[in-house]
Every structure is written in structure tokens, then in C-alpha cells.
Design a protein around this ligand. Structure first.
Ligand SMILES: Nc1ncnc2c1ncn2[C@@H]1O[C@H](COP(=O)(O)OP(=O)(O)OP(=O)(O)O)[C@@H](O)[C@H]1O
Ligand SMILES: [Mg+2]
Length: 335
């Protein structure tokens, strides 16, 4: 247990993506930036994502997964904390460098219909992204290069290039998601945020898209942040997992370790829904807010999951990530 320590909020310098103490607070309309309090949809989130890995972020609806991904992209900039990509702090980039830099990260959302313009052929949708790429060539040559690139991208995701003049409504849901993936890849990103990319699709189609994503990851040396409420799927895909609850990470670590020994009661609750994986006692209520001291099981002496277990006056403002094993951390309070 000597390796036990409060995980430092600063990530290892070698990680590709370092998300450090990220915060996103929404203020009620009209309250302005000085509005009192506000709602912290993302609260003190730190994640380190290694190059060429799949990092799974899991948590139920409304816990802040999409808010986190939009903040990472600076689509909706964070209100606190830091994001470093290859060691570069995104906040230090000028607007134009941020635009260039952001191409390295692309995002694929749940609903392909909201990502594709229904009035545009899929060829033109993909070209939108490509138009920003400068080809060192004259106009006809440039056009030929763009056409070739569109064909190449469509073939890469399993869409017949000959269908490129068609419109989104002429494709099935799974095909549309393939086209969205092709468009995301057009700018040659190295990091994809996949925000519930298959939850809108039929189960039979889900597996095809997952396999495509795994294939593309290998072919193009991509790194994924895979977001889902489905712990089963996330466990299958990811090298590491972080479990999010009400804007905070409650447990993170290597997938195998978390699956074998989930420590936080909320992680146990999520796993209890998956057959064959560690279950919490059937008798125990599957509710997160329980104050029984037994729930601090798995934590070293002197730590607990709930501030209510602390003597009055000792309650800390928010839990800290405690590293209980190599790379396996859990949110708890120091008693
Ligand atoms: N622009 C906004 N203004 C105010 N509150 C917001 C805004 N966007 C999101 N929220 C709130 O932040 C919380 C987190 O929302 P978010 O969409 O990130 O959750 P999620 O985990 O992605 O959920 P789902 O699984 O349903 O996609 C929710 O309570 C939501 O209502
Ligand atoms: Mg979401």
C-alpha cells in the first residue's frame, strides 16, 4: 500500500492529452458571469489519455459527458482548468492557431442527422472540411485532388464512392454515421472524441460501426475518447476507463482492474447491471446515496466515500482522487 497517495492533479508529462482540473460552470440566463454560484456541469475533472489508446468515459445521462467533450474541443470553452495536447496548453493559443490546432481533434456525435446538412450532397459535406486544406496545385489539379480524396475517404469507411452525389436522406442511419466519420477524418485528425457514436443505431449496426472504428484506429494511428452510458461497451473497447457522476470522476484506471475490482459504490452500481461482472450484494439497495460506513469498503483506513461519514465540522468541500493501486484512482474524502 506504499504506492498509495492522493493522485496529483497534474498529469504525466508524457500523455498525449492531459485534462487537468477541468471545470465548466453554466450560469442562469441574465445572471451574467458574476451570477451567483452557477451550475457546475463539469467539476474538477482530470484525465490523461495516452497516444493510440482508447479512453472510455462512462456515466448516466446528464452527468456532463457532452459538456466535457465540448469543453475539450474549446467549442464551449471551459471555465476552469487546463487542456494540454502534446504538452501545449490550449489556452495559450491565439485564435488562428487554435483553429489549426483544433483540426487535430474531431468529434462524432450520437445523431448523424444533426451533423450532416440535409441539403448538401455527401460529397459536398466532406469537401467543406477539405476546402480548408491547401493543395499546392492549380485549379483543375486541385479539383481532381479533392475528388480523389473524397473517394478515398468514402472507401475508407465502407461507402461506395459512386454514391457521393447522393443526399443524406438516401442513406441508412449506420451509413450516415460512416459518412460523418469520413468527414471527421478528412482533416487528418489524430484524436477523435466519439460521443455516444452508436447509441442511435440498431444493435446489429452498432457492432459494424464499432468494428469500423477499431479498424480505423489501427490504420490511421488514432487516439479515441469514447463516451457512452453503456459500461459494457466501454469496458469492451477501452484500455482505460473513467466513471463520471454528477460532473465529477468517481473512479478511473485500467479497464481490467476496474472490472475485476470496482471500488466506488457508483461504479459497482453500474457494473451490477452487467451479467458476469462483479455485482454488489443483491440485498443492497441500488441507490447511490447511502451513508452506511460499509460502503467505504476497499478504501484504506482514514478515507470514506461520503462526507456524512466524517465527524461534523470535518467535511471537505469536494472529494479527491486517491490512487489505491497503480493507475487506479477513486474519489473519496480524507477522514
Ligand atoms: N448550455 C447549457 N446551459 C445550462 N446547462 C447545461 C447546458 N448544457 C448542458 N447543461 C446541463 O449540464 C448537465 C450535463 O449535460 P450533458 O449534456 O453534458 O450530459 P451528458 O452526460 O452528455 O448526457 P447524455 O448522456 O444525455 O448525453 C445537464 O444537467 C445539462 O442540463
Ligand atoms: Mg451527451
Amino acid at each position: 500500500m506504499s504506492s498509495m497517495n492522493i493522485a496529483s492533479s497534474a498529469g504525466s508529462a508524457r500523455s498525449f492529452i492531459e485534462i487537468d482540473s477541468l471545470e465548466k460552470t453554466f450560469h442562469a440566463r441574465g445572471a451574467g458571469a458574476r451570477g451567483k454560484g452557477g451550475f457546475k456541469a463539469v467539476d474538477n475533472v482530470s484525465l490523461d489519455i495516452e497516444r493510440n489508446s482508447i479512453f472510455g468515459l462512462v456515466g448516466e445521462s446528464g452527468c456532463g459527458k457532452t459538456t466535457l467533450s465540448r469543453a475539450v474541443l474549446f467549442l464551449d470553452p471551459p471555465t476552469g482548468g487546463e487542456i494540454r495536447i502534446d504538452g501545449i496548453d490550449m489556452r495559450t493559443l491565439s485564435a488562428s492557431r487554435l483553429r489549426t490546432f483544433r483540426k487535430r481533434i474531431q468529434i462524432v456525435f450520437q445523431d448523424p442527422n444533426s451533423s450532416l446538412n440535409p441539403k448538401m450532397s455527401i460529397e459536398n459535406s466532406i469537401k467543406e472540411g477539405l476546402n480548408n486544406i491547401k493543395y499546392a496545385a492549380g485549379e483543375p489539379e486541385r479539383r481532381a485532388k479533392l475528388d480523389n480524396r473524397v473517394d478515398e475517404l468514402l472507401a475508407l469507411v465502407g461507402i461506395t464512392p459512386g454514391h457521393k452525389t447522393r443526399f443524406p436522406h438516401e442513406f441508412s442511419g449506420g451509413q450516415k454515421q460512416r459518412i460523418v466519420i469520413a468527414r471527421a477524418l478528412s482533416v487528418e485528425p489524430d484524436f477523435l472524441i466519439l460521443d455516444e457514436p452508436v447509441s442511435n443505431l440498431d444493435v446489429s449496426i452498432q457492432a459494424q460501426i464499432i468494428n469500423l472504428l477499431l479498424e480505423l484506429k489501427e490504420k490511421l494511428s488514432l487516439t479515441y475518447l469514447f463516451i457512452s452510458h453503456d459500461l459494457n461497451l466501454v469496458s469492451y473497447l477501452s484500455d482505460k476507463i473513467a466513471v463520471m457522476y454528477k460532473g465529477q470522476i468517481v473512479e478511473s484506471g485500467n479497464t481490467e482492474r476496474i472490472m475485476a475490482e470496482p471500488v466506488h459504490p457508483y461504479t459497482k452500481k453500474l457494473f451490477s447491471a452487467i451479467p458476469g461482472v462483479t455485482r454488489i450484494d443483491e440485498e443492497q439497495e441500488l441507490v447511490f446515496h447511502v451513508d452506511e460506513p460499509g460502503y467505504s469498503e476497499g478504501l484504506p483506513e482514514g478515507y470514506c466515500f461520503y462526507p456524512s461519514e466524517l465527524a461534523e465540522g470535518e467535511a471537505q468541500a469536494s472529494p479527491q482522487m486517491l490512487e489505491i493501486n497503480d493507475g487506479h484512482s477513486v474519489a473519496c474524502f480524507e477522514a
